[in-house]
Design a protein around this ligand. Structure first.
Ligand code: F0G
Length: 350
């Protein structure tokens, strides 16, 4: 029986006899071949659907590890800044482990589903009139002088847990893909995947993919080469102007001979609709940045025809129902409660 990441990949993780066997059975997410988009783009495209983790995002991989280590080290409380998914994961694993979580979020900029999760898992939620970068600075400072364990991705155990997604991709495909496309926000995940691919390469001889990271254009600090004081994008998950793992992300890009590029909100929304409507895969807008980036890179020639590409869909579309409803181009048909009228409408569209 699959019992979660710490159990499944323990030989690759910093676990010992004192590390609690914390699990919500995270990981083991599907790698879905995107048939229609593959055909349209002339590549072999897969989605690593991280939205099927227990709290609906890839954050569970890092959080199970970070919370387990916090408990091993005697912590009674974890803290994080978040655009929403990290806070949901921190709150869930803290609840599971029976400790307190504290989350600091940018007011008005967290998707409804993510906020609902933090409430339900029992986090203490602090919203500030500031952005993610400012919230992260505050919790980093506070955790230095206060007895709380910081579980943002500057905590090295987060990347250890998250690197297991790269192992799964290799296990599922039989090898690494040519290209790994991934959204970039605080830049932890691209760094974690690259670490995972390098470790599997060293231990199992799988190849090394090119890492293709994609920031939202209004929050593209790495692409522009300077922090952005007031990042803006519809993809609130990656609305980050000063990524904490900036240097690691650049190393992943350079060592793998990949790229870090940006995609516009329009391109993100277009990809967001396409993966749902053409493939039946609903991911949140921030996740769709990876697909938007793949489409852009095929068009500008950075992805060659026939390439095998894995795009990471980092979070579930259900996290952000408001953007889905607003971005939808589908008309709702409102009819009287009358079977004849319903039949007449249906016959008119067949
Ligand atoms: N996709 C989603 C859905 C995210 O929630 C995040 C980050 C990313 C991509 C980017 O990953 O930061 O490792 O480069 N969300 C964080 C949060 C910042 O607080 O939930 P990254």
């Amino acid at each position: 029986m699959y019992k979660g990441l710490i159990d499944h990949y323990k030989e690759f993780l910093p676990v010992n006899d004192n590390t609690p066997a914390l699990t919500l059975h995270e990981g083991n997410t599907p790698l879905i071949h995107l048939d229609t988009l593959s055909q349209e783009l002339g590549i072999d495209l897969f989605a690593k659907y991280e939205g099927l983790n227990p709290t609906g995002s890839f954050k569970d991989r890092g959080m199970v590890m970070a919370v387990a280590k916090a408990i091993e080290e005697g912590s009674k409380c974890v803290i994080c800044a978040s655009t929403g998914n990290t806070s949901a994961a921190a709150a869930a694993y803290a609840a599971r482990a029976g400790i307190q979580s504290l989350v600091v979020i940018p007011k008005g900029k967290v998707a409804a589903g993510k906020l609902a999760q933090a409430y339900m898992y029992g986090a203490k939620i602090i919203e500030i009139d500031g952005n993610f970068d400012e919230a992260l600075q505050a919790v980093r400072d506070i955790s230095e002088t206060t007895d709380v364990a910081l579980v943002n991705s500057v905590n090295p155990y987060r990347l250890e847990g998250q690197k297991t997604a790269a192992f799964e991709v290799c296990d599922q495909l039989g090898d690494a893909p040519d290209i790994l496309a991934i959204p970039v926000g605080n830049a932890g995940n691209i760094s974690a995947y690259w670490k995972g691919f390098k470790e599997y390469n060293a231990k199992k001889g799988t190849k090394l993919p090119k890492m293709f990271g994609f920031e939202a254009e209004g929050a593209a600090a790495i692409v522009q080469g300077a922090p952005i004081a007031k990042p803006e994008t519809i993809a609130t998950a990656i609305r980050i102007g000063n990524p904490a793992s900036w240097a690691l992300a650049e190393a992943a890009r350079d060592e793998s001979q990949g790229i870090i590029d940006s995609v516009t909100d329009e391109e993100i929304l277009d990809a967001y609709r396409q993966i749902a409507a053409k493939e039946g895969v609903f991911a949140e807008p921030g996740s769709a940045a990876s697909i938007a980036g793949v489409i852009k890179s095929v068009q500008n020639g950075k992805i060659a025809a026939g390439s095998r590409v894995v795009a990471v869909l980092t979070g579930n579309g259900l996290k952000d129902p408001d953007t889905a409803v607003n971005a939808s181009t589908v008309d709702l048909i409102s009819l009287p409660n009358d079977e004849d009228k319903i039949r007449a409408y249906i016959e008119s569209v067949l």
